[in-house]
Design a protein around this ligand. Sequence first.
Ligand code: NAD
Length: 498
Amino acid sequence: MTAVGTGRLTIDRPLPAIVGGQARPVPAVLPAVEPATGRTWAQVADCDGAVVAEAVTAAATAFETWRSTSLAERQAALWAIADRLTATAADWPALLATENGRAIREAALIDVPTAAEIFRYFAGMARAVHGETIQGAPESSHVYTTREPLGVIAAIVPWNSPLISVAHKLAPALAAGNTVVVKPSELASVSTVRFVEAIADLLPPGVVNVVTGYGATAGDALVTDPRIAKISFTGGTESARTILGRAGARLTPALMELGGKGSLVVGPDADLDTLTEDVLTGVFAANGEVCFAASRLLAHADVHDELLERITARADRIRVGDPLDPATQLGPLISVAHRDRVSEAVDRAVAEGATVCAGHRVPELDGELGGGAFYRPTVLADPDGRTSASCDEFFGPVLTVERWTDEDDAVARANAVAYGLAGGVWTTDLARAHRIARRLQTGMVWVNTWFATPLGQPQGGVKASGFGREGAAETVREYQASKVVNVSLDTARPPMWD
Ligand code: NAD
């Protein structure tokens, strides 16, 4: 039984869009619903196409000067944003916990410092990516490339880690000399508006704009605006298909960070103590609402039973409750509708033959929390990987445990999914580790760990998990085009027209 924590946030004024450095009030609003209680705790602007067009105009105007700011200025701005986040670090965890149910201790430990670190990393990268001289060109010419910013970036982000996702979009795009219109998720917009308000004095007006609203309206108006130079999208695979269809008609390029089904292949010789810790973090951190969650464990038969027992026991002990309570380890899912979708997906897997070992129930919580979107951490046994639990993304705190005896079979099963975001191998056998790492069809592979994402390590996927990479030097290039300049150094020409 958990009492409602004190200090629940309520924001009285409707939050505006932010256009050209100014609050842009919008008469139509949509509610921000707190997942822990179901109450409306704020209201955000429900932007229509006209407001979105204004934001793109502001960004396009700002681009004309921001594109030629010195790298020193861009670095200073990005570093100042990181400093602002660090200086106000105490303000964000309760906001994030209220907004999407992230446990407050995790928001303080992970979300805020990671977002600041992303801005610091790209402050450095602003200078590190540059053009090159093309050697081997004829002596009679001098050929070089420059890296040009693209223009106005449409940054569309999901609800699961809003502060980190926004940082992953803004920092590299700004470092590269672009301006941005951000469209946060209709389920978690407040932190993005507050963040852009908090850094408004650190950037020229119009360099970063925010439009809130639904994907089908504000989002669609943004991705179909012909002035958008690139769409940078993080979200679900189905939305990506719609957006790419719209982008295709206009030939707008896109970076796509999509869903995943992370398989962790466990060898017979794995160190189960550390593995158990990492699996719990891998699948239950951020309430399991993580694109590269370790949602599927493929365990060798020698360790399968013990591992399943250990993880089940630990999952049963996880403290689910008020995300504003520092003792809480797992908060509510983003909404009751999403919780019910996760629960129904588990029902389906069970009907197909999976066994529930832990969870798959709504915890009994008191008072206001009784209306929250809570769901116990769930462990499913699906030894042969025959049910939908082995391939569908739950995007919730659900782990599927499978058994294998043949390494080829384990790898084939890990690869037999539409997604290709993150994978892992856990073994003390060096050859096995590298062998499996090489064969996993994913953009990221962890060996004897999960979730380690130091900046500089590219994040992104293959297959239905998307394309493009975030968090690394190459990300700056995602927001630039190469321009080549070929300078003739003589007047001699071949006798083509004599
Ligand atoms: P979603 O696709 O429903 O929404 C993401 C964003 O896209 C929201 O801002 C939404 O309003 C907008 N959107 C939706 N339809 C649109 C349209 N037609 N035009 C323009 N914008 C539109 O995703 P979600 O439910 O918010 O997030 C969960 C999904 O995101 C999961 O599948 C998860 O795996 C994925 N995700 C991926 C990563 C990654 O880095 N690969 C990170 C986090 C989340």
